[in-house]
Design a binder for this molecule. Structure first.
Ligand code: FAD
Ligand code: N01
Length: 529
């Protein structure tokens, strides 16, 4: 077998892989990016379901590494649609001439570290064998679809679709009886649009969801001009916020103000729309009593949007606001006022099986023509663990992570030298605006590679002590918040058998400062060989 010898392999060509390729190439390295899909964009390549769009505002959800790129690109809406974001990803590829170094329709199946050669040996499902000094996993936090293992699932004779693997030519639901399973962000975005087409829509809800309105619309050209006039200052302001996004975090505590002020505080955020609702009060995500006031505000909104009080009650979550990702919707709750929409509450009637004609719950059989699985992802570790990654001494990553992922800064994992993770577990990743988080990681990795090359070292590897301390710190910080307070994909609780460990790091600014400090101290917590 011919083995291709290059400097670096980047796995994935989403926003992380694309920028990593650009940066490593800029160091003069020979790099190959390998992508399972037929095109770039990752999340925005795969998630083509109706209504798919970002919930971080477009002006923030874009790269900042190139001022020319930031200035020339024009977003059309407050929250860009999936096709527009995908166009943006392709524009970046053309602008920086990235395509020539991306191998598409190719899945990396193994990455084994060769101790003697100090190189990674990478193989793909198309028979490629590549040897590289550096291997960067840009495989995505939310790229490994979670399809529930319901008895008879594959016997269904109609169309079955996962939101994260949507057909490229779309799906026409006109005149069809449709089931949507799942009411997370993907369900919330797609349900109102599917309801407009379907003759009958059954929504199978296991856990109700809190959602705030997007109030989406065209971007005001004057506001865009103002931001572009000093984009770096806008970005720097956002980077100083807890989630690296423009949440305008209030310093007031919900429990320290009068009931009237609290109400108007929530009301203002509700009217403004979007995720900044979580920044309404400083104690909202740390104090259960404060959080309960937000929960009651949101439940009251559901009651006023949904005509049938019994349906409103079933749609009303009882968990902590934010412990599952807050959703951002357009007309989600009002969709249940439509005569063709039925809410099926799986807490009363769990799904028992799927057959050729539809779904059977404990109560009855629902005949349908199509099933949409809006059932989420094996988040943060799924895509990585689907690759046979082996480090020093042949140790398997999957085995090392069997009790939960362990990574220093979410960037590297001890015993796997010269291997980096972009937005890996233990980094802010999914609890931040992901584009700045991706850029921060990619820049850190590229600078680190340049440093190792310049110093003539063969390898860099995290120490076990630094990794252990970091994993403990991630848990400690997480435990000071309400994020781990319910079963969620942040904890791996959505995938049967997955260890329950809180995976993201809470706090973008502190994290960035720590990464800088590690470098300033000569890559503290890493060892060179
Ligand atoms: P991805 O975009 O997931 O790309 C990873 C790529 O790696 C994929 O293309 C995949 O095919 C490829 N890959 C994986 N394994 C292999 C393998 N073994 N071999 C070859 N290729 C492989 N974040 C926000 O901050 N704001 C938002 O508004 C937002 N909206 C979202 C909406 C949806 C519907 C979803 C699912 C996620 C959203 N996210 C959002 C999170 C989003 O995933 C990130 O913002 C970002 O796009 C991730 O980029 P990435 O390159 O790290 O990963
Ligand atoms: O997935 P989810 P998602 N039987 O895991 C249910 C990003 N994103 O694709 O809560 C029945 O959130 C499950 O129920 P439960 C964002 O970060 C952003 O919607 O586990 N139901 C839940 O209701 C988001 O958080 C946007 O009880 C089952 C749903 O399926 C992340 O991606 C849009 C089930 C899954 O919700 C994932 O969102 C889309 C089963 N066996 C995605 N298994 C934006 O708006 C699961 N469920 C930007």
């Amino acid at each position: 077998m011919d083995v291709r010898r290059i400097d670096a392999v980047v796995v994935g060509a989403g926003f992380a892989g694309l920028y990593m390729l650009h940066r490593l190439r800029g160091l003069g390295l020979e790099v190959c990016a390998i992508e399972a899909g037929s095109g770039v964009g990752g999340t925005w390549y795969w998630n083509r379901y109706p209504g798919a769009r970002c919930d971080i505002e477009s002006m923030e959800y874009s790269y900042q590494f190139s001022d020319a790129l930031a200035q020339e690109w024009e977003w059309s809406e407050r929250y860009a649609t999936q096709p527009e974001i995908l166009r943006y990803a392709n524009h970046v590829v053309d602008r920086f001439d990235l395509k020539k170094d991306i191998r598409f329709d190719t899945r990396v199946v193994s990455a084994h570290y060769d101790d003697d050669a100090q190189r990674w040996q990478i193989t793909t499902d198309r028979g490629d064998a590549i040897t590289a000094r550096w291997c960067v996993m840009a495989t995505g936090c939310l790229s490994s679809a979670n399809l529930p293992d319901i008895p008879g699932r594959d016997s269904f004779s109609g169309g079955a679709y996962h939101t994260g693997r949507w057909p490229h030519d779309g799906v026409d639901f006109h005149g069809q009886r449709v089931a949507v399973v799942g009411t997370g962000s993907s369900g919330i975005q797609s349900i109102p649009l599917i309801a407009e087409q379907a003759s009958q829509l059954f929504v199978f809800q296991r856990t109700p969801t809190y959602s705030v309105p997007a109030h989406n619309g065209p971007l005001d050209p004057r506001a865009v001009r103002e931001i572009k006039a000093d984009y770096p200052a806008f970005r720097a302001g956002n980077a100083a916020q807890p989630f690296g996004a423009n949440f305008q975090q209030s310093e007031e505590r919900a429990l320290a103000v009068s009931e009237e002020d609290r109400r108007s505080g929530y009301e203002r955020r509700w009217q403004a729309g979007g995720l900044p609702f979580l920044g309404a009060f400083a104690d909202l995500l740390v104090d259960p009593a404060a959080n309960a006031t937000a929960a009651e505000f949101l439940r009251a909104r559901i009651r006023s949007a949904v005509a049938d009080p019994a349906v409103a009650e079933r749609l009303s979550p009882r968990h902590v606001v934010g412990c599952k990702r807050l959703c951002v919707d357009s007309d989600y709750y009002a969709t249940y006022n439509r005569p063709n929409v039925t809410l099926v509450d799986l807490r009363d009637e769990p799904i028992e099986s799927i057959d050729a004609a539809g779904l059977r719950t404990a109560a009855k059989h629902y005949p349908v023509d199509a099933i949409v699985f809006a059932t989420g992802f094996d988040a943060m570790t799924g895509a990585l663990e689907r690759i046979d990654v082996r480090g020093r001494g042949g140790r398997r990553l999957k085995e090392k992570w069997s009790a939960g992922p362990r990574a220093y800064l979410g960037l590297a994992t001890a015993g796997f030298p010269n291997l980096f993770l972009v937005t890996g577990p233990g980094s802010p990743s999914v609890l931040s605006n992901m584009l700045p988080s991706i850029e921060q990681h990619v820049d850190w990795i590229a600078d680190c590679v340049a440093h190792v090359e310049a110093r003539g070292a063969g390898t860099i590897d995290a120490t076990v002590a630094a990794e252990d301390a970091w994993v403990e710190h991630v848990n400690t910080v997480g435990a000071q918040t309400l994020f781990p307070a319910c079963s969620s994909w942040y904890l791996g609780a959505n995938v049967p058998g997955k260890p329950r460990v809180f995976m993201p790091y809470v706090g973008f600014p502190a994290y960035v400062a720590k990464c800088r400090d590690v470098v300033a101290k000569g890559y503290e917590g890493f060892k060179f060989a």
